[in-house]
Design a protein around this ligand. Structure first.
Ligand SMILES: Cc1ncc(COP(=O)(O)O)c(C=O)c1O
Length: 389
């Protein structure tokens, strides 16, 4: 039986071109990049070339810096905690207020929760039933002590895309010294993005969402933006992130973005067509299903649907038996279902949330995969509807 991987938003397989570069880095660049002798210098050059490439990929111009981290999560922690700590240090511990949306990844939400324990004031902005951020609420929650807004580029569960340019402009118009951070983990390396177009102060991304290695990420910091480190030790990464650099991971980030850039137009077209076909075929094959998130402003690779009369966990189990890998936003922990905070924020009823599954396609998805998946999903849904628990 084939295995059909439909969980590209969770992680992507390594691109073979990236793998080659990683093997080269692992084999031939084993020096510590901080060492001054030849092996160290060679690794340093590789890292700095990768950094320059990432900056140019983002259209950062001379206006910012890239700090490599161990993940998207670390990058997000560094951006948000780092900005708060720098603010406290520079402003005699004045209590800062920070704002985010209710539908962020836990990397953002739990960082906010941690900062609440440090006396930081927080606000969480809601969305409407289509997943659109309520921008008026965001603007009216800005206070005299608001120092940072963090809003994601695209939602990992539903694929809904936030209009970052518009949100950034509205925030800066309301108070121009607020730092704007965006979790771009589901955008960078899978959609077009340019800092020239959307001049964020800080943004985070992660290698394993664009066919590079797991366990590596990066933070872009605009020139003049002050953040303090959250990991202390050596002076790597301009003193912002102690720890010997992961040379192979860093190389994989640059190569992953390079491969994407080279094939971007074709890939985006193909994903858009395949995503549309997947959605259409799913809706014509199975009755009683609902699309979750925004119907149009969505990452085209992401299809989050609820199946009437079906529990997502049972369907996922059946799909796995048929060779299909997909995800549910709601997870069963120790017998209790923890409902997806993202779908809850849409105001959906519990049944819709409990029956939601996210399918996400990617670079290596074929039309045969889609056809096979649709018939397997139909088989699983009909079986579960015929035998309700
Ligand atoms: C939107 C979003 N933010 C952050 C992360 C965390 O990235 P990482 O797995 O590299 O820590 C993920 C990963 O799923 C994500 O989808």
């Amino acid at each position: 039986m084939p295995r059909i991987y439909l969980d590209y938003n969770a992680t992507t397989p390594l691109d073979p071109v990236v793998l080659e570069e990683v093997i080269n880095a692992l084999k031939n660049f084993q020096g510590n990049p901080s060492s001054v002798y030849e092996e160290g210098r060679a690794a340093r050059i590789l890292i700095e070339d990768s950094r320059d490439f990432v900056k140019s990929f983002l259209d950062a111009g001379g206006e910012g810096e890239i700090v490599f981290t161990s993940s998207g999560s670390e990058s997000i922690n560094l951006a948000i905690i780092g900005a708060v700590y720098a603010h406290k240090r520079l402003n005699k511990n004045k209590t800062p207020h920070i704002i985010t949306s209710q539908v962020e990844h836990h990397a953002v939400l739990n960082t906010f929760k941690f900062l609440e324990t440090q006396g930081v004031e927080t606000s969480y902005i809601g969305i409407n039933e289509f997943g659109e951020l309520i921008i008026n609420d965001l603007i009216s929650s800005i206070k005299e002590n608001t120092i940072l807004v963090s809003v994601m580029g695209a939602n990992n569960e539903t694929g809904t895309i936030f209009p970052l340019k518009q949100i950034l402009k509205a925030v800066k118009n309301a108070k121009d010294n607020i730092l704007f951070h965006s979790d771009l983990v589901q955008i960078i390396g899978k959609s077009g993005f340019s800092l020239k177009d959307i001049p964020l102060d800080l943004c985070s991304f992660s290698g394993h969402k664009f066919y590079a290695l797991k366990g590596c990420g990066a933070l872009y910091i605009k020139k003049g933006v002050k953040i303090d480190p959250v990991i202390y030790g050596g002076h790597q990464e301009r003193g912002l992130r102690a720890g010997t650099e992961n040379t192979a991971g860093i190389v994989s980030i640059a190569k992953g973005l390079g491969v994407f850039k080279n094939g971007m137009d074709d890939e985006l077209k193909r994903i858009s067509v395949f995503g549309g076909i997947f959605l259409d075929k799913l809706f014509s094959a199975i009755e009683g299903i609902k699309l979750n998130g925004h119907p149009v402003n969505r990452l085209k690779n992401t299809v989050n649907v609820s199946f009437d009369g079906v529990k997502a966990e049972s369907l996922l189990f059946n799909l796995d038996l048929y060779g299909i890998s997909a995800s549910a936003g709601s997870a069963c922990n120790a017998g209790a279902i923890s409902l997806s905070h993202v779908l809850k924020a849409h105001g959906y009823d519990i049944k819709r949330i409990e029956s939601a599954i996210r399918f996400s396609i990617g670079r290596f998805t074929t039309m045969d995969d889609i056809d096979y998946a649709i018939s397997a999903i139909k088989k699983g849904v009909l079986k579960l509807r015929a035998n309700p628990v």
